[in-house]
Design a binder for this molecule. Structure first.
Ligand SMILES: Cc1cc2nc3c(=O)[nH]c(=O)nc-3n(C[C@H](O)[C@H](O)[C@H](O)COP(=O)(O)OP(=O)(O)OC[C@H]3O[C@@H](n4cnc5c(N)ncnc54)[C@H](O)[C@@H]3O)c2cc1C
Length: 518
């Protein structure tokens, strides 16, 4: 009796459900580097390198813990380059009598797993992924019968479930559930921004970097310098470092954007969380502990914990609720092709150039850059949400479809028709000027409202509201915006719209095919 345990590249946790309650003497753990996964979109080079390196280190750690591990490398000549092909081969190689696996986090992968029993001809047990705080069943139960599924209410349930930042009488610590009103400080120069720890590549990572350069050299993004944490120990170090150097200011400067400061006080832990090197609950407990010790204020700690037990869990629930239709939603009928500037960063709009340049270099941009610069631009310009979503899936090191897609299609592009966001996340140049230092060195003038030198965010913003007047003018949260629009003279309204149209005509559609299969 041999049980085959395929472990996927985002399941790198020794406490994974499929590795519990099994006799390791009768099991083979299968780890597979396959071309199909590395190229179903042409992921950023850093992302591929991170996943392969973390997988190789995880395989070594499992072996050190007594597991028998079968590790299939990408350049193994017999590699079929698909999960199913490799499971089939390994099952034969080890004369496996059953398969035990944890449900893939993405719809596409789960569909493949569901076919394994029939394709291999042995039973295949697909276990729930209990690394999340809220099971999919529990999420369905929460969602059932509700008119709207807003994150805030879900989050409160998760606070009560976990007991994080809760008083013994079930009231929230600090007397409020949410301290976001304290979390809107502008960027400030002269602050002591922390420098994230660099994890220099060891021989395993160096091998992977060589492989990625050779096989994926034409993918988007810079491969080196590569300083990401790739082991559980390094991930724990990165967590400790975040808690001690950044958490206390995380809240205040959460929405700020600053040239040359790619991380500000953000944690950069998303890739460790999404691949299993860290668990969401341990990260949140570490943050709550810092609050209890008096090392970080409530607005920072509450804001940080909300991102993880609130937004992250909620996005996963929303993804599985609406897949596979979610992927093709386009409620605002946005059809403009993705412009080439998303790949090159060649644009006179400094905020876009900075955010895209940083993305190319680091495979990272923080939440407000993603939402209020890149996503905001895509939404205002009416870019096709599927092309936008593919771009986000390619370029960020933490991009896995279950979390990328609801953030892009739902939160950022309103393409789900408002299931996730109660109003579109749109802002004019004034927002970007307030929250960043980008406008000071921009070719465009953020104070000009119309004309060739006006910040395109100013004209696109009003053009968007005018284009979608029927849908949004009755939204109570947008009443003030429309009240302002209606106060403009017809001539001024025309100016806004024609300046927007002139700008949109300058966008060249992407031709380089960065996102698609090679
Ligand atoms: C358009 C768009 C696309 C995004 N794509 C992804 C993606 O592909 N993968 C991804 O993990 N996150 C995505 N996010 C959410 C968020 O921007 C990133 O999780 C965050 O920027 C990661 O950086 P960090 O670890 O420094 O986060 P921090 O700011 O330090 O936040 C802490 C943690 O909270 C979680 N988190 C915060 N916001 C969200 C959110 N909206 N949804 C889910 N988790 C959240 C992350 O796990 C993150 O590590 C996206 C957001 C937008 C607006």
């Amino acid at each position: 009796m041999t049980v085959l345990i395929p472990v996927l590249g985002d399941q790198l946790s020794q406490s994974l459900a499929s590795l519990r309650n099994v006799d390791s003497g009768k099991a083979i753990v299968l780890l597979m580097e396959v071309w199909d996964e590395a190229t179903y979109v042409r992921h950023h080079k850093k992302k591929i390198a991170f996943i392969f390196s973390a997988m190789r280190h995880f395989g070594d750690d499992l072996q050190a813990s007594g597991w028998r591990v079968d590790y299939v490398k990408l350049d193994d000549p017999a590699n079929t380059q698909s999960f199913t092909g490799e499971v089939l081969r390994a099952a034969k190689r080890h004369k496996a009598t059953s398969i035990r696996t944890v449900a893939g986090s993405e719809y596409r992968v789960l569909q493949a797993q569901r076919a394994w029993a029939a394709e291999v001809g042995i039973p295949c047990d697909i276990l729930d992924d209990d690394r999340f705080i809220c099971s999919l069943e529990e999420f369905s139960h929460w969602a059932k019968g509700r008119k709207t599924l807003r994150m805030e209410y879900f989050y409160r349930e998760m606070r009560m479930k976990t007991g994080l930042l809760m008083n013994p009488d079930d009231t929230p610590v600090g007397g409020q559930w949410n301290f976001d009103h304290d979390n809107r400080d502008k960027p400030a120069s002269g602050l002591n921004y922390p420098t994230p720890e660099r994890f220099d590549p060891d021989p395993v990572t160096k091998d992977v970097l060589g492989l990625v350069q050779q096989r994926f050299g034409d993918h988007f993004g810079d491969l080196e310098p590569f300083v990401l944490p790739v082991t559980r120990d390094q991930a724990l170090k990165a967590l400790d470092e975040f808690i001690s150097t950044s958490l206390s200011d995380f809240g205040r400067y959460q929405d700020a954007m600053m040239t040359g400061q790619d991380y500000l006080y953000h944690s950069r832990l998303s890739l460790c969380l999404n691949t299993g090197l860290l668990s969401p609950i341990e990260v949140c407990k570490a943050a709550a502990h810092a609050y209890e010790q008096g090392d970080a204020p409530i607005n920072s700690v509450e804001g940080f914990i909300r991102q993880i037990i609130g937004w992250r869990e909620y996005m996963r629930g929303m993804y599985w609720r609406d897949m596979p239709q979610f992927a093709s939603r386009n409620a605002l009928a946005a059809h403009r092709p993705l412009p080439e500037l998303f790949w090159t960063g060649n644009t006179d709009m400094n905020c876009l150039a900075q955010s895209i340049g940083q993305t190319r270099k680091e495979a990272y941009a923080h939440h407000i850059q993603r939402l209020m610069i890149l996503g905001n631009f895509a939404l205002l310009a009416g870019l096709n949400p599927q092309e936008v979503s593919d771009w986000f899936l390619v370029v960020y090191f933490d991009a896995f479809e279950w979390v990328e897609l609801p953030n892009v299609i739902g939160m950022s592009q309103f393409a789900d028709g408002g299931k996730i966001a109660s109003k579109p996340y749109v802002g004019s140049g004034a927002y970007i000027k307030r929250m960043s230092d980008y406008c000071g060195s921009c070719h465009f003038d953020v104070k000009q409202k119309t004309g060739p030198n006006a910040c395109p965010f100013n004209t696109l913003y009003w053009d968007f509201l005018a284009r979608h007047e029927t849908r949004f003018s009755h939204n109570p949260r947008m009443k003030n915006m429309y009240a302002t629009w209606y106060r403009f003279s017809e001539e001024r309204q025309r100016d806004y719209r024609s300046s927007a149209s002139t700008f949109l005509d300058t966008l060249t559609p992407a031709s380089s095919g960065w996102a698609g299969k090679p």
